[in-house]
Design a protein around this ligand. Structure first.
Ligand code: ADP
Ligand code: MG
Ligand code: ZN
Length: 514
């Protein structure tokens, strides 16, 4: 067998043909890194991006004789996640050793939970486009369990063309990540999504991300790997009563990729089954660039990890009063919060959807709290800055932070407009200056000399001049054809070099002619 990364492309069946003949079954496993200050079983710091192997100790390196101690904040986060996912919380559970060798796992076992997870039997409602094609509807994803474990280190394969292990000359291991607390959240098989399966998968991961963010337990940055998703998928011929064999696509690291990976696997499974073949139960790698998966390793259900209860840790038995107290700390569920904000802000469904999709909810919220109107907050954050952020491949909040543009800037810009100092087109120019790093809206307005002429004498003179130069149009307006006023406004604005308030000009012309 060749070890090259060039593999034959799998056959795929047309998506419409897949959903006509088969029902997809999905299982989503999401790993989320908690943003605790210290690791799961030792006091090492967890900061991202440190010099390799500087945040390690005998415990997370698995040195002989080192003893782990459970991080109480991580347990608290796990319970809050479980409660937010409508799970039951175990009154008593243990950690287990999952034994296998991998160079990035210095203990040769991962401390995880097996048949005694801290949280189990929950659900998360997600919003997906309605089956009718109009509006949205709620789809309930059932949660099998959420359990605590620890992350592994990180290997870097050097010398090859692809950064993968094949073709590499050597590998480097960084154990800074080894031992960072992870919560793994596993769904029950998701049935009944039909042709919307890819959208349901994406909506679930997005909903989970929003929930974890609202809980403030993780950075949930898929691109940095603090949230990762494995996508299990199988197909059943319509009407069948047994699940098909699944594939497990590992480490899919963006929402868009989750959706694409489900769709691709559906089409690949469809082609195999249609051709009379059978699916191999295996892990697969997702390739972002080409949008396909390739075979990883074969994996049976009875993976022999020789799980056994961790002898070095005491069981976790959270008192009920503590669990109930933690329940009171849960945030408003993100979907409900969005509905409430939409009605507070007076946004249409379409406006709210755009705001949500662009990841602007928090920023608008902060801007409104800082004193802007919801309409202005939406307008300024979703205009020019969104276009630029998009071109840079960043989301608006990240991009705004990089530029140093804040909600206060929007508040100030809006007040310059409402106080009559700027008209809309000037405000746009001022905003461009703010985005270009020229200062606050007031500073930009001052420096660029952008200000409406407040001198009523100058404005009146310009209006008189334009009326005198256009007697025909003036007569029309006198005769009641008020729509002709636009032509005069345009000329006055020209004379004033755009630095007049168009509605004031309009009122003045009409007052003079009628
Ligand atoms: P593993 O350790 O092999 O990854 P898990 O139980 O952790 O197994 O996760 C398997 C995931 O796949 C779960 O979300 C489960 O609901 C889902 N699943 C199980 N069987 C099937 C199947 N036949 N088709 C699709 N998904 C499945
Ligand atoms: Mg798995
Ligand atoms: Zn350590």
């Amino acid at each position: 067998m060749s070890t090259s990364t060039q593999r034959t492309t799998d056959a795929v069946l047309d998506y419409d043909d897949v959903v006509a003949a088969y029902d997809p079954v999905m299982g989503l496993e999401v790993h989320v890194e908690l943003h605790t200050n210290t690791k799961m079983f030792c006091g090492c710091p967890t900061a991202f991006g440190a010099e390799p192997n500087t945040q390690v100790c005998p415990v997370c390196l698995g040195l002989p004789g080192a003893l782990p101690v459970v991080n109480a904040v991580a347990v608290e986060s796990a319970i809050r996640i479980g409660l937010a996912l409508n799970c039951e919380i175990a009154s008593w559970c243990r950690f287990a050793r999952k034994n296998y060798f991998y160079p990035d796992m210095p203990k040769n076992f991962q401390t995880s939970q097996y048949d005694e997870p801290i949280a189990f039997n929950g659900w998360l409602d997600v919003e997906v486009p309605a089956e009718s094609g109009e509006g949205t509807e709620v789809f309930r994803v059932e949660i099998e369990r959420a359990h605590m474990e620890e992350d592994t280190g990180k290997s870097t394969h050097v010398g090859g063309a692809t950064g993968r292990i094949h073709g590499a000359t050597h590998s480097l291991v960084d154990y800074n990540r080894a031992g960072i607390p992870l919560i793994e959240i596993v769904t029950k098989p998701i049935l009944g999504a039909g042709e919307r399966a890819p959208e349901v998968a994406r909506a679930y991961v997005a909903g989970l991300r929003d929930l974890l963010k609202a809980l403030d337990v993780s950075d949930v940055r898929m691109e940095q790997g603090s949230m990762r998703c494995d996508v299990n998928l199988s197909l059943m011929p319509k009407g069948a009563d047994r699940f098909g064999t699944r594939s497990e696509t590992k480490n899919v690291n963006s929402l868009r990729s989750v959706e694409r990976a489900v769709r691709y696997e559906m089409c690949r499974h469809g082609a195999v089954l249609q051709g009379g073949g059978s699916i191999v139960q295996e892990t697969r790698h997702w390739h972002e660039d080409t949008g396909v998966t390739t075979s990883g390793r074969e994996k049976s259900d009875a993976d022999d990890y020789r799980y056994f209860p961790e002898p070095d840790l005491v069981p976790v038995a959270p008192p009920r009063e503590w669990v109930e107290q933690l329940r009171t700390t849960l945030p408003e569920p993100p979907a409900e919060r969005r509905k409430r904000l939409q009605s507070d802000w007076g946004f249409s469904d379409l406006e709210m959807r755009d705001v949500v999709n662009a990841g602007l909810v928090e920023l608008i919220q902060e801007t409104v709290v800082a004193g802007a109107s919801p309409a202005a907050a939406r307008k300024w954050w979703s205009g020019e800055i969104a276009r630029r952020a998009n071109a840079e491949g960043q989301d608006v909040p990240t991009y705004a932070a990089v530029l140093g543009v804040t909600p206060r800037h929007v508040v100030e810009l809006e007040s310059l407009v409402t106080s009559g100092r700027l008209n809309d087109s000037m405000a746009r120019q001022v905003w461009e200056g703010v985005l270009a790093g020229e200062g606050t809206p007031t500073e930009v307005s001052d420096a660029r000399g952008l200000e409406l002429v407040q001198d009523s004498g100058a404005l009146e003179a310009a209006v008189d001049e334009v009326i005198a130069a256009n007697p025909d149009i003036a007569d029309k307006i006198r005769d009641g054809k008020v729509q002709a006023v636009g032509a005069l406004i345009g000329q006055v604005m020209k004379t004033m070099k755009g630095q007049a308030d168009a509605s004031a000009v309009r009122e003045l012309i009409i007052a003079k002619l009628t």
